[in-house]
Design a protein around this ligand. Sequence first.
Ligand code: NAD
Ligand code: MG
Length: 399
Amino acid sequence: MFLVNFVAEIQKTMVETPKNIAVIGATGSIGTQTLEIIDSHPELYRATVIAAGRRVDDLIALARKHRPALAVIADVNKYSVLRDALEPLGIRTAAGDQALCDAVCRDDVDMVVTATVGYSGLAPTIAAINAGKDIALANKETLVVAGRYITDLLSKSKSRVYPVDSEHSAIYQCLVGEDREKVKKLIITASGGPFRKWSVEQMAHAKASDALKHPNWSMGAKITIDSATMMNKAFEIIEAKWLFGFDVDKIEAVVHPQSIVHSMVEFTDGAIKAQLGLPDMKLPIAYALDEGRRLPGAEKPLSISDYATLTFERPDTDRFPCLTLAREAMHRGGNSACVINAANEIAVAAFLEGRIGFNDIYSVIVRTLDKISYIADPVYEDFVATNNEARIFAESILY
Ligand code: NAD
Ligand code: MG
């Protein structure tokens, strides 16, 4: 079972009325870029729902500009500010986690862009699938936490999933028209992050400001730290497994510091297909919004002759042990990846606050993974419980 049906995608016809989009995580890096694309194509898209976690002022500003039918803030303490600013403009408002789930299920929503960060993406994604909504999936943590569960839900739903993550969009683009039986390997590229050339000793003293200096991509803080530890690449291996239905042993990561080749697919005849472009999320976001078709001018053009040298190197798992956790999680199965995700969220937040060192992120995850009870075939309530337990334990071992 796999989530992305790459063979059928090119046969669809264009929609005639603007597609109604719910952008969950609208104030973030992916969310704001999604709204920019929507804004530049009013004939194709309309932002019907926008939602955010806590940044109510940013959400209000976006609502004033994009005039959605509904704006939702997850933090209930910010509700009165949102309501007082937007209801006089005729924009409905709501707050809380349940409101987020209700919002994606509205009749006037055609597609949900899951651009929230971390575990918070899980519940609204499940709600959207149960309501049969199409999903442009940026929130990879949903598939890390509950890939098998989500895959099962999708098999009973009319929802379709379109990857937003640049590597997965690249693989999706390389797979169009291909026979999946002829795929030998998915090759996911990684920039190597800001510490690609740092020693373990240097990384032990790295500050949050060092780790937040990503060489190629401008992204939210959590994914930027995940890129520095290479946990992001571990998550992307898991994400690729569930999206495309290949075993993790057929998925490998390669370091490509220029971030021009966004990923590759190797076939049984030895051919390797790649998708290239500048490191700009607008192209993969637009490709997902348009269900695997190409929107003109979605990205700044890449002048290939400016990149005479494209290099590739093997990742160093001694210095970046988080990368090994993808295979570890998939071999253990059950709720293991949910534990890893929760511990990682706590450890990354603690590192950003200066409470633990950079190399401690991996130690916190491994200790938590060894502690939390294994559940072989988790259902939704098990993910909720595992996530809570893992967070509490990880928090308790911070020093
Ligand atoms: P970000 O930190 O910039 O934005 C996160 C958004 O989620 C904000 O709008 C925030 O308000 C919202 N949010 C946070 N907690 C929430 C909650 N509990 N309920 C509802 N909303 C909440 O993050 P980002 O960089 O845009 O990343 C978003 C997702 O996309 C992540 O899963 C990330 O891994 C993935 N992704 C991002 C990029 C990128 O270039 N930024 C690339 C590929 C994948
Ligand atoms: Mg990515």
